[in-house]
Ligand binder design. Structure first.
Ligand SMILES: [Zn+2]
Length: 166
């Protein structure tokens, strides 16, 4: 049998920290506050679980943070799974969106001016594939959310090989 440390509940640990003289709380106040913290976490769907269990459950790394509209992105930032928010500039029936990879060059992706529209787009210059979704911006316009899928591999159509003449 493996030796086990006495298990403390999150409440006991919090209570112990909060009862430290430096915290300046009465025992009652510390107990109440510790219970409150645990309750609040539960209310937000969060749980304090042993690290071993946490690892089993969550092996996939969190997705990279979103790049908001107005923030520039370099090609190195555009890793698969990255979401980039961009303004969709309306022009009647269509909107145009700046592909994050080509912002400096002013290239645009043109999509139907339609909330909820989803599309696969490829930047032919950078060979980057995105999925794009148009979302109501709450101000009669649309946001474009571009999710980087990854680089496309282009298979070049090779001219047929000539027969060796020598
Ligand atoms: Zn590009």
């Amino acid at each position: 049998m493996s030796e086990q440390k006495p298990k403390l509940t999150p409440w006991q640990i919090l209570n112990w920290i909060m009862q430290a003289p430096a915290a300046g709380l009465s025992v009652d106040r510390a107990e109440g506050l510790a219970a409150h913290v645990v309750q609040e976490l539960e209310m937000y769907g969060l749980a304090i679980v042993p690290r071993s269990r946490y690892k089993e459950r969550d092996e996939t790394p969190p997705p990279p943070p979103m790049i908001y509209a107005g923030m520039s992105a370099s090609l190195n930032d555009l890793v698969p799974g990255r979401v980039v928010q961009r303004w969709a500039i309306a022009a009647g029936e269509t909107v145009s969106v700046e592909p994050p990879c080509c912002a400096v060059l002013g290239r645009r992706i043109v999509l139907p001016n339609e909330e909820g529209h989803e599309d696969d787009v490829v930047c032919q210059y950078d060979r980057l594939r995105y999925t794009v979704r148009l979302v109501d911006d709450g101000d009669e316009g649309l946001w474009a959310y571009l999710t980087v899928v990854g680089a496309i591999t282009v298979t070049k159509a090779r001219p047929p090989r000539r027969k060796a003449t020598r």
